[in-house]
Each structure stands twice: as C-alpha cells, then as structure tokens.
Design a protein around this ligand. Sequence first.
Ligand SMILES: [Zn+2]
Ligand SMILES: [Zn+2]
Length: 371
Amino acid sequence: MQEKASAMKKRWFVAGFALALLAAGAAAVRFSAPVQAALASRMIDRHMGENRDRLMTDDALRVVICGSGSPLPDPNAAESCVAVIAGGRIILSDVGSGSMRNLVSWPLPIGRVGDVLLTHFHSDHIADLPIANMQSWVDGRSAPLRVWGGPGVEAVVDGYNLAFAQDSSYRSGHHGEVLMPMRLAAMEARLVARADGAPLSGLEQAVIVDDGALKITAFAVEHPPVSPAYGYRIDYRGRSVTISGDTHATASVAEAAAGSDVLIHEAIDAPMVAELAEAAQRHGRDRLAKVLDDIQTYHATPADAREAGVAAGVRLVILTHLVPPIPPALGDTLRLRGLATRDPELRVARDGMVIELPIGSSDVHVGAVRR
Ligand SMILES: [Zn+2]
Ligand SMILES: [Zn+2]
C-alpha cells in the first residue's frame, strides 16, 4: 500500500516537473528576446535550406493540387489550381485566388513555371495569373510565361500585362536588368482554337504541345453560358492526367481522359447547394439564393465525376472545385456519400495533395507536399 502511494507521489512529481518545464519554455518564448531571435533564426535557416527540387525529379509525372476551392470563400482551400510537374517543368492549369500563395509557400522552384493552361476565364481560374507571372520571373524563369486558352485569352493576358506594367518596371529598375530582364516581364498569349479561330466545341480536341516526351491536349467541355470552356490532358512518358476544368456532365471528358491514369474532376454537391439556396431564401438573402440556384446547372456532381472516370477507365478520380466549402473532416464524407469509392478510387482534393505517377510503372501514389 505504502509502495503504491510512493509510486503515485513520484508520478505526480514527474508530471509537475514536466508542466513547470513547459511553462518555463512558454514564458521564455513569450518574454525572452534572445530565445525569440534564436527560434526565428532556426526557422529562417530551415526555410532557406529546404530542398525545392524534391518533387522535380524526372522519375515520375506529378500533380500538386494548388487550389481545390471555388469562388465561395473557404479558409481551407484556394481557388482553382492544378500544378503538373513533368520533365523538370511546372505546368499550371488555372491560377485562382490564393493558389500562388500556396505554391510559393511550398518547396517548389517557381521559376520553372513556364506554361499556364487556362480552362476558361471565370475569376476563380485567372485571378492569380499576374502573381504567377511575377513570382516565376522573380524566381528566374528563362522565357516569357506562355498562357494558353481559348479565344479571349489575348484580352486576359493583354489586360493583366497592362495593369502590371508599372510593377514590372519598378522591380526590374530596383533589382537590375540582369536579375529581372524586362524581356521576360510580360506574358505571351497562346490561342487554343479551331483552324477558323472559333472555340473548340463538342468532342473537338487540339494538341498544343508535343515534344516526344510531353504532350498536352486541350478539349472542349460544357460550362454554359461560358465559352470557350476547356479541359486539358497531359501525357508524359507513358503516364497521364486529365483535368476537367469547369463543366457539367459531358461525354467529352471521358473521351479525352480515356486511358489516363488520373482524372481531376470538378464536383458540386447539388443537394447541399440546394439546401444553402433554400436557407438563403428563408433568411431574405434573395440575391445569394438566386446565385446558388444558378450555379447548380453548369457544374458536375461527384456522381457525374465518378461516371466519367469509370467511362474513361482511369485508376483514380480526384474531386476538386469543391462547392460548397465544408471543413474536410466533414466535407469529404458528405461529398462521397452513396458513392462507391473503389474502381476507380475516388478521393476529395485538398490543397497540398500530391499525386505521383512513377514512370515505367502503373502505380499511383497519393501524398502531401509537406511530409
Ligand atoms: Zn470555377
Ligand atoms: Zn467556371
């Protein structure tokens, strides 16, 4: 009995001592300037020494989700963005608001961003375009940023170039023409269209890059009244990913994705959006109720996305452009309810998700940008 009491006493003593140490540590961080400075130095050193080439190695096609959200504000997700890493290049498909903040905070050499594939010109897909241009320029991009898109891409690129011309001249003037040459400051528009200049439509596709190893194919999707509206398929050394862009259910996605390893497909949870619309109406928020009603017609549901993945024979479907925003702990389950999540595997995107497709293999690995 006495032994038990003394063991108990010892445990209390150890716990008390650990608590006192923790409190002393917290007080040192809160009140001691030298401790704060030492911690900051350590963080700076770790940040600067981070290996930014870990995801760049040429043994896989990699996909990084840089924005899984939509225009509805979501503290957990930036707006639309998918980064595809192949052959030492970073290709961005859309750059919605917040996506560049994600990308520059992750260990990635942003100067290797050479191409942006715009699916369409809704704000949640193009808002960070000038930031992608500026950040990749600062990080040493070696050619002007190529911005691919349907008819109208010239206006988007020209408009942003004009709006940011002064910013570029300040930066080049400040850091010098050698470090930040003005010839690399402005973006170049690359039109993706039919031979007659009209947007791709129906099941039309256009190969826009093909260097033997890397092939990028644009295809039409349906996001009415938005036109042009495209998706993109990227093939690299036998591995492949297809990105749907914004679309309601349409056969062109499965057609373009046939034989791809991964399909990244937009998905709106229609019942939840309908419930939101009803609640908005109930509370007198008529404008919001109308918007929430309208958006249901030009997006696909998780079931539509899954169906496209089954028809295309892909191994993995990733749901993205997540509407409405719900914290992942609850949202992932809700979005997948009632759906088979095998054959193909069905997962919900998250900012920072990395999908790795090793070359010479049929493996599909899903991880995170920070391990
Ligand atoms: Zn969108
Ligand atoms: Zn859209």
